[in-house]
Ligand binder design. Sequence first.
Ligand code: FES
Length: 85
Amino acid sequence: MIGRRTGSDVLTPLGEDEVLVSAGGRHIVVPAACPHRGGRLRYGYVDEKRLRITCPLHFATFDLGTGERVAGPDCPALPVRELPR
Ligand code: FES
């Protein structure tokens, strides 16, 4: 499903600096700030099927498995850390 936001069971802020993404049976920790220009990923959009997150500010989209940017403005990869199942 696309378009889930904070408050759902998909995006959970972990303090100030990180966000837990729960999608597709996986639990992945990402930084709270987008590597493009600091957009707040807690308000991002998650595509659970493709395992991608899109920043709400300029719509950079990252693969949650690898952290690579797959669409949107040029920027570094998103550091991702998967938690054990
Ligand atoms: S700040 Fe995230 S895409 Fe620009």
